[in-house]
Design a protein. Structure first.
Length: 442
């Protein structure tokens, strides 16, 4: 519809311009003809001399005008007497020497001019009026206007039809993509839009859409895995709570047994609360929440606080924890201590080898901000497990049975804290030495 309206506007404007141009050109030709006949009549009057306008002169003038049916000539004496011309006398009309348009008494529209004879002789002072009737010009313009109108109408229809055809043909690849997109659903997440080499203009869109589908499928897979892991993690304590209550209710129990059951249940509920809180924290990080309450802190100072907090666990593990280097960065000190705490507890938990072993915390400046690494000696983490240690609830052990002191979210929280500070995480494990790091942006 829009293309049809545009075609109407364009053809109408073009037709109007051509019509106006033709009208101006026809009027110019008429004025040139009038001017040439004015000069011719003047010359004939001058040549006639003292003889004046007689029958012989009238015959000559009629011969000159023969074949020019639209050309009108009037000659008036100085006193206004009409010497030559038809009864539609234009003498009373205001006609000047410059070409102009005027209307005769009978309503005929003409274009012409009037001059006075200045040469001495019997015709001196006579006025010659020459005009061209506009009927032929109007007929030509009428025929031309009708032709242009039909051409504009046909052009508009042709343009609309061709535009509709071109649009349908141009949108054919889009319709094919829409059909393929309609096949994508929860039961077919791996379906992708085809890459058609004939439609280069859609290549970038198709590639971008397929990339978006890949990211969505990956996020959907992570969500499914996360839901399964959450159900698995919460199922065990819930089953323990239910079975404990059922056993207690099966027979009369003493006050001591009930207190022991409540204490065990409280421990399980506290563990579930930790899991739920950690999940909520990770959910906030996933939606892009940034760290707040940031201030300039010394990372070595925060590491010293964490080492002091774990002093008892360090002594029990007969490990030695050292901190090397320092860097100041603007961050949330509480979140950084939490990340350091998770890394240090993991390092102490999985360290092995001759005692006492050393766990090293290294702090350094980087071009983006600051980097904190925790190094420990222990079993080498397989490559396939190393790529997933920051995933939620992921454990490298063959058994999925949860450890009593771990919920599988520690390193996932470290990554979330790094992301909340516009940072990154990485890990390496070679030759029994494992290094886990996180980086904080400035």
């Amino acid at each position: 519809m829009s293309l049809a309206l545009i075609a109407v506007a364009v053809f109408s404007a073009l037709g109007a311009l051509l019509y106006w141009t033709l009208e101006r050109e026809l009027m110019r030709v008429e004025f040139d003809e009038v001017q040439s006949k004015i000069i011719l009549v003047q010359s004939m009057l001058v040549e006639q001399g003292q003889s004046g306008i007689d029958d012989e002169f009238r015959r000559k003038l009629d011969d000159v005008l023969m074949g020019h049916g639209n050309l009108l000539v009037w000659i008036h004496a100085r006193d206004g007497t009409r010497l030559f011309g038809n009864a539609q006398d234009p003498l009373a009309l205001d006609v000047g020497e410059a070409p102009s348009t005027f209307t005769l008494p009978d309503g005929t529209v003409t274009s012409g001019c009037r001059v006075s004879i200045k040469e001495p002789g019997s015709s001196e002072g006579a006025q010659v009026t020459v005009a061209m009737a506009a009927s032929m010009r109007n007929d030509v313009l009428r025929m031309y206007g009708t032709t242009v109108a039909w051409l504009c109408a046909l052009g508009t229809l042709a343009t609309a039809a061709l535009a509709a055809w071109a649009t349908r043909r141009g949108f054919r690849p889009v319709r094919r993509l829409a059909e393929h997109a309609g096949r994508i659903g929860p039961h077919s997440p791996s379906v992708r839009l085809p890459l058609d080499d004939e439609d280069d203009e859609l290549q970038a869109l198709t590639v971008s859409f397929n990339d978006a589908l890949d990211r969505l499928q990956e996020a959907y897979s992570r969500l499914e895995s996360f839901n399964a892991d959450v159900a698995h993690e919460l199922r065990t304590p819930l089953a323990a709570l239910i079975s404990g209550v059922e056993v207690t209710l099966a027979a009369p129990r003493s006050q001591t047994e009930i207190e022991q059951l409540l204490a065990a249940n409280l421990e399980l509920l506290q563990r579930m609360r930790v899991i739920v809180n950690d999940m909520l924290f990770l959910a906030r990080a996933d939606v892009g929440e940034q760290a707040t309450g940031c201030e300039w802190v010394s990372l070595a100072g925060e590491a010293a606080k964490v080492i002091e907090y774990y002093d008892g666990l360090i002594a029990d593990s007969r490990a030695k924890v050292v901190c090397e280097g320092d860097a100041s960065v603007r961050c949330n000190a509480g979140l950084v201590r939490r990340a350091l705490s998770n890394l240090l507890s993991n390092a102490l938990k999985y360290s092995s080898g001759p005692h006492p072993h050393v766990v090293a915390i290294r702090v350094m400046h980087t071009h983006r901000g600051a980097r904190v690494s925790v190094r420990n000696v222990g079993d080498t983490i397989p490559r396939q497990d190393l790529a997933r240690i920051f995933d939620r609830f992921y454990r490298a052990e063959p058994s999925r049975a949860p450890r009593a002191d771990s919920n599988g979210l520690g390193l996932a929280i470290v990554r979330a804290i790094a992301l909340m500070h516009r940072g990154t995480v990485d890990a390496s494990s070679n030759g029994g030495i494992t290094v886990v790091s996180f980086e904080l942006a400035k």
